[in-house]
Design a protein. Structure first.
Length: 127
């Protein structure tokens, strides 16, 4: 299926489309259609308010549209701040966030099981 990547942020991460596609195919499958939007904090806050009823920004939001289609929005500003907080390189942290988002698209909720799956995928994908 497909992968669409859009940048609505002043900061364009240095992550290749090929790498994003490889990650998507590994975790979600080649048959999954995914849209990834790198955006700003204001847009993330609006999305969080509209869909989560929480009036604050987030680093990542995942929206499953069907079993084989979904959208991920990432705030580059919040992700950079979080990367610094966790002492990780920015692009590496973005890849971790994508794995996190993929797992949400698969129906995982926050908790020990999700954290375990994140570790498995990070190790498997060398992130």
């Amino acid at each position: 299926m497909s992968l669409a990547v859009t940048f609505h942020s002043h900061e364009k991460p240095h992550i290749s489309r090929a790498l994003l596609c490889r990650l998507k195919n590994a975790v979600l499958s080649e048959h999954y259609s995914l849209s990834v939007v790198f955006t700003n904090s204001a847009k993330m806050r609006r999305l969080s308010r509209a869909y989560r009823k929480i009036d604050k920004t987030a680093d990542i939001l995942s929206f499953p549209l069907s079993k084989t289609e979904g959208e991920i929005f990432i705030s580059t500003v919040v992700a950079r701040r979080e990367a610094i907080k966790f002492g990780r390189p920015f692009e590496n942290f973005l890849l971790f966030l994508l794995i996190h988002g993929f797992l949400h698209l698969m129906g995982c909720k926050h908790g020990k099981k999700m954290e375990s799956l994140e570790r498995v995928w990070r190790k498997k994908l060398k992130i």
